[in-house]
Unconditional design. Sequence first.
Length: 168
Amino acid sequence: MPRRRPKRRAFTIIEAALASVVVATMLSAALSAAGSAATSRARALWRIQGQSLAAVLMAEILAKPYTDPGLISLTLGPDLGESHSNRASLDDVDDYDGYSQSPPRNSAGVRLIAESGWSWACAVAWVSPSSPGGSSSLLDTGLKRITVTVSRNKVEVGRLVSLVSSVP
């Protein structure tokens, strides 16, 4: 009696193609998840850097007096002889109103961050003591709200707000 050969079981081309599609789909999903995680980490780092940069400029501003020494000013922003391009000339809090710079530099002119695309800006407003978070006033109320905003590629990544009073 002739012996029968057992049938060999192997992958067919269709099974191999399906396995390849499944592996490719799983690999694509894994790479997408890894990319999303990396982007989230980068954004979190930018927010930390943005807050740190905002703190540097805010500390510089808060070290200044409420009003210009020896001068009564009716407007916010640099007074005569002061300029945003020369930060050493800014001698009181409201001189920083409208100030912006890209890239951020310390008061000595040293760049604070090596990457490009970073900028910071400052706004100063007189506000009502009863509603300091509300709208600004056209007259000196004895309270100034300072807002420092830091951006990376024109997207805000940091913001600090502080209040300064004319009463020591």
